[in-house]
Design a protein around this ligand. Sequence first.
Ligand code: NAD
Length: 347
Amino acid sequence: MNAVSEILSLRDCLPSRYAIICDTTVRGLYGQKLQQNLTSKGLDVKLFSFPSGEQYKTRQTKESIENELFENGFGRDTCIIALGGGVVLDMAGFIAATFCRGVPLVMVPTTLLAMVDASIGGKTGVNTPYGKNLVGSFYEAEKIIQDTSFLQTLPKDEIQNGIVEMIKHGLIRDSEYFDFLETHVQELMGLDLNSIEKAIHDSVQIKTAIVKADTKENGIRRIINFGHTIGHAIEKISDYQISHGRAVAIGIVAESYLSIKKAHLQKNSYERIKNIFQSYEIPFKIPVDITLSALKDAMVSDKKSLKGTPRFVLISEIGKPMVFNNTYCTSVDIHEIEEMYHALHKH
Ligand code: NAD
């Protein structure tokens, strides 16, 4: 684990007590080992965990971890080490943001999605019964430690979830990166070290640059939401049975379809977008049981909606988002949404 030496190198500039927060899966795989390694080097480290899964990213879990921290004597001199996928980073990041009014945070992402997406941009938070990520804060980590060796134990469908966000990065910002993803399918799915490290590096650069240009999500940061108006709607209709990555893959293809008429995306580019998902064996058709009316209703609650009308980020080319009256999203005529639905719905 490179993470050990990187954390040790920070010891002079961080507080004296370390709380590793992870989920139960990562605890068994890496949490205990990391705690032992750091303890053997003389650090004061305790390990805290909560059950794996999106359904535990709640205010209740946050409170119970905070209580455990206090019961173990943690206070202002704490450094939180968030070790895990996006769920853990969002949860532990939010705890760090508010514990004793804020303590230093080190992020150690262990899923591909967390490496290229959830660890970048400083968004932390938890879900509520009223919706996902509705309570949280912007809180930057002191350090993000990227260690691809964690990916060795990650199931294939979780690798694919990360690939979806990487494809999105290429589509909204960098056509050469998209070409790379298109031509290195075997290498990336096989976790070839050079290819995966190059791809993670490029994705991190793309997301970091967008986020830096718009830290509070008022302008260009919107483009990160490409594929998400429809993606979030599908996630919600399926009651989160369809994972975020899978839903966003469907959303990306659907919003690329909308981009043909509304943003002049070439048909052959649209075909390339469908093909890349096929190459990574990531389904992109709208599932049979998702009806058009459910989709229309669910899209309205997207945060980009304006006066009850859903809005979409669209692309004019691979690598280029479309600008509409100085904003990066637009509404789309209902007939175009219906046409898209019929073209992409699994019959
Ligand atoms: P996740 O954290 O639930 O991890 C997926 C599964 O993989 C879990 O069961 C986890 O225990 C397991 N796991 C983690 N690392 C592993 C490893 N190395 N080997 C084997 N199994 C491992 O899901 P995710 O896809 O990483 O993250 C999704 C979450 O991230 C969502 O809650 C989403 O809202 C959030 N997110 C946040 C941001 C942000 O900007 N803050 C961006 C994107 C996504």
